[in-house]
Ligand binder design. Structure first.
Ligand code: ZN
Length: 216
């Protein structure tokens, strides 16, 4: 009898665990015949080179930001770059605070990596709002961001459960460099349907060349 109760409880908790809400994951555009240009790891020194080029072509990009990758996001130059891009109408999203591989972290650490950029509790913030390491994007931009890109595109069920309120945005096309020469993916030149492209602002040459190729 005891064994059957135990089995029942175990089965019940397993089914609860399996039914935990998880973050939605997208790796391609949902609208037919569209391409989304996304850029990671900013706001570093090439941030406005990229957003200005997009502006000059009448295009908008989505930028996934880190809090502490190449530099701290709270510095004066990063804040200025971030605001310039945001005020030009580009989309700003979270790429975690430290750019760590989330599958190597526990639940508390995963939560912290997200909350240092923006927090699901943002609407009820009180004293924690004053915490330096909470909701950097909200503090700088005055808005809570929507989309989230896990560093390296790395995630598992635990990551999706801990960050269940978020929408994960991956990609289905990444620019590659061979012998320092950029090879623009032919599908991108042809505006492949439903393509989510990713580039890293840390690599200005590839990013700007990619944009030039698309715009040409
Ligand atoms: Zn990244």
């Amino acid at each position: 009898m005891l064994k059957s109760i135990y089995t029942l409880v175990l089965a019940s908790s397993l089914s609860v665990a399996q039914n935990m809400p998880k973050a939605a994951v997208y790796s391609g555009c949902t609208a037919p015949k569209t391409v989304a240009l996304t850029f990671d790891d900013g706001p570093w020194i090439y941030q406005n080179v990229i957003s200005d080029m997009l502006d000059s072509k009448g295009a908008k990009g989505t930028f996934f930001m880190n809090g502490n990758n190449y530099e701290c996001i709270y510095g004066h130059p990063p804040v200025e770059r971030l605001l310039k891009t945001f005020n030009s109408g580009h989309q700003i999203c979270s790429h975690t605070w430290d750019h760590r591989d989330l599958v190597t972290l526990n639940a508390t650490q995963i939560r912290a990596e997200a909350d240092k950029m923006d927090s699901k509790e943002i609407s009820t913030f009180t004293e924690t709002f004053l915490d330096f390491y909470v909701a950097a994007l909200f503090k700088i931009l005055g808005v809570n961001t929507t989309f989230f890109r896990p560093p390296y595109g790395s995630y598992n069920d635990l990551v999706r459960e801990v960050l269940s309120e978020k929408t994960f945005i991956l990609w289905d096309l990444e620019q590659v460099m061979i012998h320092s020469n950029l090879h623009v993916h032919p599908d991108l030149r042809l505006a492949a349907p439903e393509t989510l492209s990713v580039k890293h602002p840390s690599k200005a040459r590839t990013s700007t060349m990619q944009l030039s190729a698309i715009a040409s």
